[in-house]
Design a protein around this ligand. Structure first.
Ligand code: ADP
Length: 257
């Protein structure tokens, strides 16, 4: 494994009290810097912009209008990247922010430009921090402009740069035969080689949670990875140093290969 994309969800980045999880962000900065120093090319796809924006403004819940949510995402995105920048700097690692919209899927010219940008940053040994450009992409259900969610975005980015591995960090140890929250007999899959209808069923079916987030979305991302012969590991991001275990090939989480 040489080229790695790491995706972290809001649950790993924002605490229950709404504050940014600085311990987690700091550990992430440490782990990703270590990998970069070992010669890995690491790209981070990070959620958490709205969470950071709400905290910055002292709000506890999302506003109702899309325009207000976009404004808060814009405030939060710069706050989030500032925080990453500070934490990475402690380990002498430079970062870069790359915001994307669906152009990169729909227009070859845009796709080529973003691939060039990422390749150049990785060559410079920087860690690109990728998110969707929420100021441009509107309406959560508008698939004309939106990627769907950051699970999809991370898989799209992995494919763009032909990453060897996508590490998807969630709040659960991996993919189970059923939702462990409601099914105590559910067992963890260590390896999945194919997305079958049974797995889609175990994920709670297609279209749960308005088709964004959740395990259905993880499977959809895994399918994108299979489509270009990449690999993906879904694991628990509570402790970001789990990334070391994954890179070293220890059996943690669920490997999609
Ligand atoms: P994230 O926000 O980290 O991307 P999600 O909240 O979208 O993660 O999805 C993780 C949750 O999906 C788990 O906490 C679990 O409750 C639920 N879930 C439903 N079905 C499954 C399954 N088959 N295997 C694992 N988790 C599942």
């Amino acid at each position: 494994v040489k080229r790695v994309v790491v995706k972290v969800g809001t649950s790993s980045l924002v605490l229950k009290n709404g504050k940014l999880n600085l311990r987690s962000i700091d550990q992430l900065a440490f782990v990703l810097t270590s990998l970069t120093n070992q010669g890995y090319e690491v790209t981070l796809v990070s959620s958490g912009a709205i969470g950071a924006g709400l905290q910055k403004l002292g709000l506890t819940s999302r506003p109702s209008t899309i325009a207000k949510q976009q404004a808060i995402a814009a405030i939060g995105q710069s706050e989030l990247v500032k925080t990453y920048s500070q934490r990475f700097e402690n380990y002498n690692q430079e970062i870069a922010q790359v915001l994307m919209t669906r152009d990169i899927v729909d227009f070859p010219e845009s796709r080529k430009n973003v691939i060039n940008t990422l390749n150049e940053l990785l060559k410079m040994k920087l860690v690109p921090i990728v998110n969707e450009n929420d100021s441009v992409a509107v309406d959560e259900l508008d698939h004309q402009t939106k990627f769907g969610d950051n699970d999809q975005l991370s898989a799209i980015v992995a494919k763009l740069i032909d990453a060897d591995l996508l590490i998807m960090l969630s709040d659960i140890d991996g993919f189970y035969s059923g939702n462990p929250q409601t099914d105590p007999t559910a067992t963890l899959f260590s390896t999945i080689t194919e997305i079958t209808p049974e797995l889609t069923e175990a994920a709670g079916g297609e279209g749960s949670r308005f088709g964004t987030g959740g395990m259905a979305s993880k499977l959809k991302a895994a399918q994108r990875i299979f489509d270009y012969n990449g690999q993906m590991v879904l694991a628990n991001g509570a402790d970001p140093s789990i990334i070391f275990d994954i890179i070293d090939g220890r059996e943690v989480g669920t490997l999609f290969s």
